[in-house]
Structure formats: structure tokens, C-alpha cells
Design a binder for this molecule. Structure first.
Ligand code: BES
Ligand code: MN
Ligand code: MN
Length: 461
């Protein structure tokens, strides 16, 4: 891989400038106002894969945003790596909290990124990480060191549930045939503590609506006499956790796989500083389920969190009113073997049951996804591990992540393929938040590490 690494070294500046151009396109999948940018982004991704050396590239239309597919088949008898990533990003809101505009990328140095980091929406999640694969591929092709077949599948609806990708995968099983799926859409522990993600949580997401009286009422005339939907909703939500912060929905934990003491001891070896953790997000102390460490709470345990809550009067000054309605959006992160549909059903039944007389409750399910775990005894994991060892000079630690990429479980079900999650982001990169960024160290390390994966994987598979 010496030629490949040499090529990367000589082209670093261009690789950065190209990413900066992609980051200027506001490809926000959740907001229909950005539809044109979404299509433009798909075309740019397709062009970049074509220019990098793919034999065939297509922009596949779906009922939603296009999926970019590209491939280079050098010899059908060689192993095939299927690269997945997403070109869509989360909305930039709240825009006021960005130090520079979300779609005007700038490179700045930070305490954790002395080499500099690119600040822009999508820098880490997932344009920057997706593009590392395009550049690694370009370098291997240019150097004549690519020893595998490569397929790219880059979608534009990851942040909104990937429903059209699911259909695409089901309808294109032959075309997507591969030996392993490779994804960079997660993180690692620290720049000097490389890790490979070995699990993702699933997701069940619901919106609830509590209705009281048929109109907003004067809170003097009616106050004390009718159920206030916001008071009731707050009570109902508060009752969803018990005093140990266990989730109080009957049956919620029935399918949760508990880790053995050995597995927990193994997990506890990963470095974690509670003080640094608290400092990084400016809190006094951590909070969570009794009996589990912070690392465990954030990866192997399921959660229930309110993501948004609204209703009544929230404008200037005081308005004395009992609202007719109250709303909340609630996410539940799931772990093996919880099933998102079943959890959504359990939530609906429970939430409807605990509603007191005097209010009506509606629960609307949103998109969800299954949890996933990846084995650490496969050829592919071994290849990834060796690749990190080569580029970081340290063996990576397997770590289960708290985030979700629902499509990973679907890949396994539909294509029978395990995924290797080679993430190069940091938790501090502020993905989905204002001032998202991606370290240049991380971007370049990703581009350097990926070719080693191909190298070891083609030797072993
Ligand atoms: N790339 C993230 C998921 C992620 C980030 C996993 C960091 C592990 C570490 C992905 O784009 C994402 O944001 N997923 C959503 C779920 C999706 C259904 C909207 C999530 O986890 O909230
Ligand atoms: Mn992502
Ligand atoms: Mn995301």
C-alpha cells in the first residue's frame, strides 16, 4: 500500500478542498425546501465516484431522494466490498448558535483538533466520512493497488429513516452481492484511542398528543376544574421512569439481552473519564439507570427520552390559559433483541392506559429501526483491526455505540451480510448540533486506514 499512501500524502490539500465544496450544498433531507440541493448533491457524489475510477455509476431515482450506486469490478472471482454512506444531513437549526454559517465550511483549530477541524453541517455525519471512502478508492485505483471489487451505495435519506433504501436493497439483491459491508458513519473513542464500533442501538420513535377541553380556556374561570393537558402530559411522562430510572412500561425489558459479567468487565476496560465527560458538556454529574456505568447506559441499555414538548402559550408575556392540547416527541433507543414494532406497541398500550379521565391520548409512531451487533471474530473484523493497528500504531478497542443506523440490521436480514463500522468521528464533533465539525487528523486518518482494510481483507477473504 506504499504507492497508495504516497498518493494520499501528495493530494491531501485537494482532498480537503473537494470535501469543502460538497459541504457547501445544503442537502437537508428532512426539509422539502432543499429538494433541489438534494438532487445536486446526488449528482456531485456520483461524479466524484466516477472520477475516482468507478466503471459504472448511476443515480437511481426512488420515491424519495436518489441513491447513488457505483462499482468497479476488477475480477468477479475476487472479494467484493460494499461501501455504504449517506449524503443527506440534519437541518442546521438552531442556526443562531453556529459561530459560522452551517453551509459555509471553515477550518479552525480547537483543543481536541490542534491540526484543525472543518466546521460545517455534515462535516462528520456523514459527508466527510463518506468522502474518505471515495478518496481512499481513488488512491488505490490510481496506484494500481486495489485488489478487491468495490461497490458504493450512498443514500440521501438516512436522517429520515431510509425507507426507500430498504426497498432498493430488497429489489437489487443480485447487484449488491458482496462479501462485507463497510461503513464510516460512527465514531471512535479518541484520536489516540482507536476503536471499532461493534454495535448500534435500535430506535422506536413516537409522537403523543393529549387533548383536554375542546378549546383553550380561561385559567381563572376553569382552572382547578378540568384536566390541563400539559400538567397531565408532564405527569404521564414523569411516570415512565421509576425511582431507579428503569423504564416503567410493562414488558419493555423482556427481550433485552443482559451482558455476562465477563463481557461487562471487558467493556469497562475502555478508557472513560467521568470528569472529562462532564466537563465536555458542562454538567455537574451524570444521571441514569441504577446499576450501570455511564458507558453501559449509553450503549448496552435501552432508553426513553423526550425530544421535544410543546403546547399552550409560549409567546411574549403572560397569557392565562388552560390549553386544549399538549404534545411530545419521544425516542426510545433499543438494544438486542428488542423489536422496534413491539416496543412501539407496548408504549402505545401503556401510554393510553395511564391517561386519566378527562383527557384523550393519541400516539403516532414514526420511523424506527432494529439494533445491530457485529461479531469480532470474523475475517472482516480482523482486517479492520489490523488496518487500524497499521495506521494508528495501536490495536483498536471494540466498542458498542449508542447511536442508530437502522439500515445495518436490514443489510444483514436482506443481504445476509455483516457490516464493519469503521467510524473516525469523535463524540465531541457535535453531529446534529450547531458547530458540527470533523478533525483533519480524523479525515486523513480515515483515508489512510481504509486502503489497509482492503489490503488485509483481500488477503484473508
Ligand atoms: N451517523 C449517525 C448515527 C451514529 C452516530 C451512530 C455516531 C453511532 C455514532 C446517523 O446519521 C444518525 O444520526 N442516526 C439517527 C437515526 C436515524 C433513524 C435518524 C440517530 O441515531 O438518531
Ligand atoms: Mn450518519
Ligand atoms: Mn445523523
Amino acid at each position: 500500500m506504499d504507492k497508495t499512501q504516497g498518493f494520499i500524502n501528495q493530494n491531501k490539500e485537494r482532498f480537503l478542498n473537494e470535501l469543502i465544496e460538497l459541504l457547501k450544498i445544503p442537502s437537508i433531507s428532512a426539509d422539502p425546501n432543499y429538494a433541489e440541493s438534494m438532487h445536486q448533491m446526488a449528482e456531485e457524489v456520483a461524479n466524484s465516484i466516477r472520477k475516482a475510477g468507478a466503471d459504472m455509476v448511476e443515480v437511481c431515482e426512488t420515491d424519495g431522494y436518489p441513491i447513488v450506486y457505483g462499482e468497479k469490478i476488477i475480477d468477479p472471482s475476487l472479494p467484493t466490498v460494499l461501501v455504504y454512506g449517506h449524503y443527506d444531513v440534519q437541518p442546521a437549526d438552531p442556526v443562531d448558535l453556529w459561530h459560522s454559517p452551517a453551509f459555509e465550511p471553515v477550518v479552525k483549530k480547537t483543543e481536541l483538533h490542534p491540526m484543525g477541524a472543518i466546521f460545517a453541517r455534515g462535516a462528520c455525519d456523514d459527508k466527510g466520512q463518506m468522502y474518505m471512502h471515495v478518496k481512499a478508492f481513488e488512491a488505490m485505483v490510481a496506484s494500481g493497488e486495489l485488489k478487491c471489487n468495490v461497490k458504493f451505495m450512498i443514500e440521501g435519506e438516512e436522517e429520515v429513516g431510509s425507507s426507500n433504501l430498504a426497498t432498493y436493497v430488497k429489489e437489487n439483491k443480485e447487484k449488491l452481492k458482496a462479501d462485507v459491508i463497510l461503513v464510516s458513519d460512527t465514531g471512535m473513542l479518541a484520536n489516540d484511542v482507536p476503536s471499532i464500533t461493534t454495535g448500534l442501538r435500535g430506535l422506536s420513535y413516537v409522537e403523543v398528543e393529549v387533548t383536554g377541553p375542546n378549546r383553550d380556556l380561561h385559567s381563572g374561570l376553569y382552572g382547578g376544574c378540568v384536566a390541563n393537558p400539559i400538567n397531565i402530559l408532564a405527569k404521564m411522562i414523569a411516570s415512565l421512569h421509576d425511582e431507579n430510572n428503569h423504564i416503567a412500561i410493562p414488558g419493555f425489558y423482556d427481550k433485552v439481552i443482559e451482558l455476562s459479567d465477563e463481557e461487562r468487565a471487558e467493556m469497562a476496560k475502555a478508557p472513560f473519564s467521568k470528569a472529562d465527560y462532564c466537563k465536555s458538556i458542562d454538567i455537574e454529574d451524570v444521571y441514569g439507570e441504577a446499576g450501570y456505568s455511564t458507558m453501559e447506559r449509553g450503549s448496552i441499555r435501552p432508553t426513553l427520552d423526550v425530544n421535544g414538548i410543546w403546547g399552550g402559550y409560549t409567546g411574549e408575556g403572560a397569557k392565562t390559559v388552560i390549553p386544549s392540547k399538549a404534545y411530545a416527541k419521544i425516542s426510545m433507543r433499543l438494544v438486542p433483541d428488542q423489536d422496534p414494532d413491539e416496543i412501539t406497541r407496548l408504549f402505545m398500550e401503556h401510554f393510553t392506559k395511564i391517561a386519566p379521565e378527562g383527557v384523550r391520548v393519541k400516539v403516532m409512531p414514526h420511523h424506527g429501526g432494529e439494533p445491530a451487533v457485529t461479531p469480532i471474530d470474523s475475517f472482516a473484523y480482523e482486517a479492520a483491526s489490523k488496518a487500524y493497528e497499521k495506521s494508528f500504531g495501536k490495536k483498536p478497542i471494540p466498542v458498542r455505540s449508542g447511536g442508530s443506523i437502522p439500515i445495518v440490521a436490514m443489510f444483514e436480514k436482506e443481504l445476509g451480510l455483516k457490516t464493519i463500522l469503521m467510524g473516525f468521528g469523535l463524540d465531541s464533533d457535535a453531529i446534529h448540533s450547531p458547530n458540527e465539525h470533523f478533525g483533519l487528523f480524523n479525515y486523513y486518518k480515515g483515508i489512510e486506514t481504509i486502503p489497509y482494510f482492503y489490503h488485509y481483507f483481500s488477503e484473508m477473504a
